[in-house]
Design a protein around this ligand. Structure first.
Ligand code: PLP
Ligand code: SF4
Length: 339
């Protein structure tokens, strides 16, 4: 059992890393030996959706390569500012399934709760880039309405903590939330959707593991990796720690032009995930959010890549190709399941 001061130190380390993100496009370009001519556009686009990236993630980006698949996920570009017909601020029309602030109830048996608007990284393709978090970000005072909503609907057996990034919240606060949540008898599972263990693996502290092992709900974690280069040694170690704590691990990926739109890349991603103890879950086609159109491709192309992926891998390593359509009872499967 690690000493208390060791745990305090671990907490301090990830929280410091989280408050020391790279947010200045100039610094990013300098660190990566990139053309300073990219700066003006990056500054303009960052005004609409700021640059944010942990230093550790940046070390996985190849210096001097403007086409690096990790760089493309985080570098603000002018093209984001072009309005494209069909790409909107709220592609999923989430406002319609938002019965109380901080809670979305879209699918049977599962509610999605956002405890924070903070993320450790700003992914340029994110469909929440225009999300009105400020109005929808319950403080501890708002929790009671969330619990009351879940309490009155006994079909809810799973609570999904999502983003922002729930692991941007401290372990103490997470524990406070789940201690109260686990008093509702029909809630059985706690799912955590997070990108933090990938972009900032030091987040998986002993205290976090204690929380997940002692919790009275069955935990499930869904991480978010788009490219095999994101899976560093430290990420593998963090995954191993979670696995040793018996947390089932899944991954979701967004299919992104210029990042992972080749079957070989996605196959390498599945292999790397499996080696880290993570099962591929979803391959999402892009939500048509304003500012992300340059990552998009036709559904036909997406299906083609997915079919090719299915020809390369055992069925259990092929993620389900899905999209989200407002008003549907589940995510829409875009390809015949290979399983
Ligand atoms: C994706 C999503 C879920 C979870 O769906 P699964 O198919 O169970 O992974 C739940 N609620 C919302 C609002 C979602 O967008
Ligand atoms: S971590 Fe998730 S919620 Fe945050 S910007 Fe990236 S995709 Fe969006």
């Amino acid at each position: 059992m690690p000493h208390a001061s060791f745990k305090a130190n671990e907490q301090r380390l990830w929280q410091e890393a989280l408050s020391d993100l790279i947010t200045d496009p100039k610094e990013l370009l300098m660190l990566l030996d990139l053309d300073p001519a990219l700066l003006d556009a990056a500054l303009r686009a960052a005004r609409a959706f700021p640059l944010k990236v942990p230093r550790g993630f940046v070390t996985r980006i190849e210096k001097g390569n403007p086409f690096d698949p990790l760089l493309k996920q985080i570098l603000p570009l002018d093209i984001e500012l072009q309005a494209t017909p069909g790409y909107v601020a709220d592609p999923l029309q989430e406002a319609q399934v938002n019965p109380v602030p901080g809670l979305l109830h879209k699918y049977h048996g599962r509610v999605l709760v956002t405890l924070t608007s903070a993320c450790a990284v700003h992914c340029r393709y994110c469909f929440r880039r225009h999300f009105p978090y400020e109005d929808n970000n319950p403080g501890t005072n708002g929790w009671e309405r969330i619990f009351a909503y879940i309490r009155q609907d006994d079909s809810v057996s799973e609570v999904i903590l999502s983003g922002g990034d729930p692991l941007a919240v401290s372990d103490k606060r997470l524990k406070l939330f789940t201690d109260q949540l686990s008093r509702i008898p029909h809630v059985k599972r706690l799912r955590i959707h997070t990108r933090l263990p990938v972009v900032l693996p030091e987040r998986i502290t002993d205290e976090c593991i204690d929380w997940l092992t002692q919790i009275k709900l069955a935990p499930v974690m869904v991480i978010h990796v788009n490219h095999p280069n994101e899976i560093s040694h430290d990420v593998r170690e963090a995954m191993l720690t979670l696995r040793n704590a018996r947390v089932p691990l899944f991954n979701q990926t967004v299919l992104l032009k210029g990042v992972n739109d080749e079957a070989n890349t996605l196959a390498a991603l599945s292999e790397a995930l499996f080696a880290a103890g993570v099962m591929p879950y979803y391959l999402h086609v892009l939500d048509r959010v304003q500012g992300a159109a340059h990552f998009d491709m036709t559904l036909c192309k997406a299906r083609e890549i997915h079919a090719e992926l299915g020809n390369k891998l055992p069925g259990y390593l092929v993620p389900r190709l899905v999209c989200e359509e407002p008003g549907m009872p589940s995510k829409t499967l875009l390809a015949t399941p290979v399983l």
